[in-house]
Design a protein around this ligand. Structure first.
Ligand code: ADP
Length: 273
């Protein structure tokens, strides 16, 4: 559904991304993970037709993001990192305007605005002025705007950045609810976030894709050692030193005040049990 092939983008003399290639299949929910400045937003801006790459090609639903930009844009719901909202408009007024801009037919605008306000939990705020809303609710309005016209692909750039912990949980839950009906590419610099939402993760660093794997595999690779808890019916000290001499054991410690329990830290080369 999304195909990036050899994407390179220079800002002046500096390359922000180099030879970025990846695919996101229809119905997949993929995390785009990397530290700040890694090139996530640049890649996303190319995919959403915001700017052309210096070289390489990007396709959405088989359509070229540069040559067939209007058709691509009608298939993508995009939540940029800084959501451009008109603070003086009401939620409903803004969404009506955005629906018109996205080509929703006049007669269908009201129903479409009602649908997305419902999905994003904005019913009771729809009459409120956007500038008076909390950041979490403004983010919901941004998400509602992305859902207008029911695009098959959602591209969400750091959707929880700058939110407080409760707002983060709410927005994550909202995105989890969208997984059934959309192909999603979600950028983030937090692994636990993509682990909660995505089936697969692409990791970008210094403008290049360096890995792709499932969140579970990535998390286990990050943990350098495993822990085994052992309960002992006998002389703990002798057993602890015997365990420490085993190949693959890094450290043996007592598990708190109950001296019959030991924590054995092992490397991940095999299962010592
Ligand atoms: P991320 O989204 O992962 O934080 P970006 O794609 O925003 O990364 O940035 C990648 C690199 O490109 C960074 O070094 C950033 O400073 C640079 N960059 C981003 N936007 C511009 C721009 N408009 N002009 C010049 N350099 C930019």
């Amino acid at each position: 559904m999304i195909e990036a092939e050899g994407l390179t983008k220079f800002y002046g003399p500096l390359p922000a991304i180099r030879d970025v290639s990846f695919k996101v299949e229809k119905g997949e929910v993929v995390g785009f993970l990397g530290p700040n400045g890694a090139g996530k937003s640049t890649t996303i801006r190319v995919l959403t037709c915001y700017m052309p790459p210096t070289s390489g090609t990007a396709r959405v639903d088989g359509l070229d993001c540069f040559e067939q930009s209007l058709a691509v844009r009608s298939r993508i719901g995009y939540l940029p990192e800084n959501v451009p909202l008109y603070g003086e408009q009401t939620v409903r007024g803004f969404l009506r305007f955005a629906a018109g801009a996205k080509g929703v037919a006049g007669k269908k605008v009201e129903a479409e605005v009602r649908r997305v306000t419902g999905t994003c939990g904005l019913e009771s705020s729809s009459h409120r002025i956007i500038g008076h809303l909390s950041k979490g609710f403004r983010q919901r309005v941004g998400l509602a705007q992305a859902l207008l016209n029911n695009p098959s692909v959602l591209v969400l750039d750091e959707p929880t950045i700058g939110l407080d912990p409760t707002q983060i949980i709410e927005i994550r839950r909202l995105i989890q609810g969208l997984r059934e009906d959309h192909t999603i590419l979600l950028s983030s610099h937090v692994l636990p976030e993509v682990a909660q939402i995505c089936q697969r993760v692409l990791i970008i660093n210094k403008g290049q894709i360096i890995a792709t794997d499932t969140p579970a595999n990535l998390t286990s690779q990050l943990q350098k050692s495993a822990q085994i808890q052992v309960e002992i019916k006998g002389e703990t000290r002798e057993l602890a030193s015997a365990l420490e001499r085993l190949n693959g054991v890094q450290k043996v410690t007592s598990a708190g005040p109950d001296s019959r329990k030991l924590i054995v830290e092992t490397d991940r080369s095999g299962d010592l049990r």
